[in-house]
Design a protein around this ligand. Structure first.
Ligand SMILES: Nc1ncnc2c1ncn2[C@@H]1O[C@H](COP(=O)(O)OP(=O)(O)O)[C@@H](O)[C@H]1O
Ligand SMILES: CC(=O)N[C@@H](CCC(=O)OP(=O)(O)O)C(=O)O
Length: 260
């Protein structure tokens, strides 16, 4: 039987709040077995860009990343945020290793081609983008890889890649080696039927229910690409995909995705 690998993704909402981040890291430390953490940080990046006089620009949930923006998000995601999370995990007793996609060639991306929109230095992934062998070796060595949203193209160019997409693609690539459980963690208890009612968590969601909820206008903003990535992972052999509160990963309340 394959070993279980838990892959967690946290976004900018949690990372931005020091107390919530350290609570999440303490909960993560309690999860037994092998694990990988993927982090974003879009909210803090928006704040930093604004402070530096650059207006953040998002289209369809993806950041338009010009050269100046790439410099700043690289410093923010691969530098401050990644190292702060690694230090927090060390403090919680987890031997974490922080990596961008360029480190150990762990994630190689392709610059998004210009169609209607020029996203600039944004990287797209395929399953072959992920160096699953290296991640497996690190896990076997007892390390917890902590992956940020910065990738590279193999020719010296850094790229900015959505962190939900990284989590989903890493999960798919490692599904050949492990029984993978993918956890998208954020500030709500799961997928809600009413965004204003925290008690309206849908315990299980099928592709049909997702389509109905979308048609009813119950799913918006960042939750749309998140669920698209989540269902894609489930279809590609990831054993279990969960949407849950970052502060309650060890509690039963959550949304579990079902194939049908
Ligand atoms: N039906 C829904 N249930 C829960 N959250 C939803 C729903 N529809 C939209 N959202 C929004 O999606 C957001 C999560 O997406 P996003 O902001 O991209 O998170 P992250 O930065 O953690 O990846 C939530 O903060 C919430 O406001
Ligand atoms: C290309 C692209 O959109 N990259 C994202 C990477 C960070 C991210 O995904 O952060 P959250 O998970 O906190 O949203 C961005 O710069 O916002």
């Amino acid at each position: 039987m394959q070993d279980t690998l838990n892959i967690f993704k946290i976004g900018g909402g949690i990372i931005d709040d020091a107390d919530q981040l350290s609570q999440f890291l303490a909960e993560l430390a309690r999860v037994p077995g092998r694990k990988i953490l993927v982090h974003g940080g879009g909210k803090g990046a928006n704040q930093m860009l604004t402070e530096l006089g650059i207006a953040p620009q998002m289209v369809n949930g993806r950041r338009i990343t010009d050269a100046a923006t790439l410099d700043i998000v690289t410093m923010f995601y691969a530098g401050k945020t990644n190292k702060q999370i690694v230090a927090g995990l060390q403090a919680a007793g987890v031997n974490a290793l922080g990596l961008s996609g360029a480190d150990g060639n762990v994630i190689q991306a392709t610059k998004r081609p210009v169609k209607d929109i020029d996203y600039g230095f944004v990287g797209d992934l395929t399953e072959r983008s992920v160096n699953a062998q290296l991640l497996d070796q690190l896990l076997r060595a007892g390390l917890t890889p902590v992956l940020c949203a910065i990738t590279h193209d193999g020719r010296g160019q850094l790229l900015n890649t959505n962190a939900d997409t990284i989590a989903s693609t890493v999960a798919r690539a490692l599904a050949a080696l492990y029984r993978v459980e993918l956890h998208f963690c954020f500030e709500k208890d799961g997928v809600l039927t009413d965004i204003n009612d925290d008690n309206s968590v849908v315990p299980q969601i099928t592709p049909e229910r997702y389509a109905d909820m979308k048609a009813a206008g119950q799913i918006a903003a960042g939750m749309l690409p998140k669920l698209d990535n989540a269902f894609a992972a489930l279809e590609a052999g990831v054993e279990k995909v969960v949407i849950e509160n970052a502060l309650k990963i060890n509690e039963p309340v959550k949304t579990i995705l079902c194939r049908s």
